[in-house]
Design a protein around this ligand. Structure first.
Ligand SMILES: [Zn+2]
Length: 377
């Protein structure tokens, strides 16, 4: 099967390349904002938007007026237009609000460019990018397949990254004749029906604590600068601390993504059928106490990773209704023992006297229910 795989690498541009990246980001933003203005005007007058093609033609004329637009990767400018057209399409479909003007102050500064005639490629230990030429990068893994496009990004911490999307052929994994149930928890990220509990990545939470501490320090420095009438842009200590917080945030995000990737790959590799609760995250997020924990442990990201990997590698995901009382049933004898409040972590079945760990028992029930519905389907 042909699938799109995303890769991300840190890049180390030279000073010259850095300034060209900044210029390209600036020009892409200029083009986006310029045409967003025109688009907004058209929408106000006619109730309709413009089209990508009309804007693309107008861009050619615009380049005659603003010649500096010609200095950067022209595909990046077109991608910027495409991006605008797509946001407006989503707006007309009521999937999001009106597109907003891009600002220099946005956290993520990036531009996207497409592959044509091998202009994006890995050449030994460097990556070739349009206009930039060869850029040194941290090659953490091999890019497989045909490169489709690349996004060059500058983070608030001042680091540069490239995200690459490549189309590649994947082969189904060998069958293992094994199935598993997964209960998603808060204290433990995931509890498996084989009795294993996947720790909610303690390292991440330590790092998260550190990030919060440094964040508070940042607020104090902002306050201090304000008291002394110093503009934040000129407050050296504040700016230094700001970069530190951004770096920590990046590390937290990277660790989390790494954890979710490894866990989902391991599960897909070792099991043919994976049974999991159908989460109603929206409903749960309304409960504020749970909200932080849920967003922290990234359940929905995990489930979507399981889903696309299952599709790639020929495995099956079965989703159980969230109304299924997985924590009320004895997984040994099937006795339904009634509702159990969240603080009950273990219990003994009054019928068969089996002692249960609440979460492991739930994951066993999820597995049994998944296999049952699979037979019915
Ligand atoms: Zn029982």
């Amino acid at each position: 099967m042909l699938v799109n795989k995303a890769y991300q690498f840190r890049i180390y541009p030279t000073k010259e390349q850095e300034s060209l990246i900044a210029k390209t980001i600036g020009c892409s933003r200029f083009v986006f904002n310029h045409f967003l203005g025109r688009w907004n005007d058209a929408y106000q007058e006619t109730g309709k938007g413009l089209t990508y093609h009309s804007c693309s033609a107008a861009l050619t004329k615009l380049k005659k007026e603003f010649v500096w637009l010609k200095e950067v990767d022209s595909v990046a400018l077109q991608s910027s237009l495409k991006n605008l057209a797509d946001s407006y399409t989503r707006f007309f479909k009521k999937q999001n609000k009106t597109p907003r003007f891009k600002s220099k102050k946005n956290k993520v500064q990036s531009y996207t460019t497409k592959e044509t005639n091998n202009n994006i490629a890995i050449v030994d230990s460097k990556i070739k990018l349009p206009k930039l030429g060869l850029v040194r990068f941290a090659k953490s893994r091999e890019v497989e397949g045909r490169i489709l496009h690349a996004t060059v990004r500058r983070n608030p911490s001042g680091k540069y990254f490239v995200a690459i999307l490549a189309e590649t052929e994947v082969q189904p994994l060998e069958k293992t004749e094994s199935s598993i149930g997964i209960d998603l928890g808060i204290a433990d990220f995931a509890i498996l029906s084989d009795g294993r509990k996947m720790d909610n990545n303690k390292f991440t939470s330590n790092m998260e604590k550190k990030r919060k501490r440094e964040q508070r320090k940042l607020s104090r420095r902002a306050l201090h600068a304000k008291k002394n009438g110093i503009n934040l842009l000129d407050a050296k200590n504040y700016q230094k601390q700001k970069r530190k917080v951004a770096r920590l945030h990046e590390r937290v995000m990277n660790q989390r993504a790494d954890f979710l990737n490894k866990l989902s790959t391991e599960i897909i590799k070792n099991h043919d059928i994976i049974c999991i609760e159908d989460l109603n995250t929206k409903g749960m997020l309304r409960n504020h106490k749970l909200a932080k924990a849920i967003s922290d442990v990234s359940w929905s990201a995990f489930v979507s990773k399981l889903e696309y990997k299952a599709k790639w590698y020929g495995k099956t995901i079965v989703k159980i209704s969230r109304w299924f009382p997985s924590s009320q049933i004895c997984s040994d004898c099937g006795h339904q023992d009634g509702k159990k409040s969240l603080e009950i972590r273990e219990w003994t079945c009054p019928i068969c006297h089996e002692h249960h760990d609440r979460d492991v028992n739930a994951s066993k029930n999820i597995l049994a229910e998944g296999l049952r519905t699979l037979v019915l389907a």
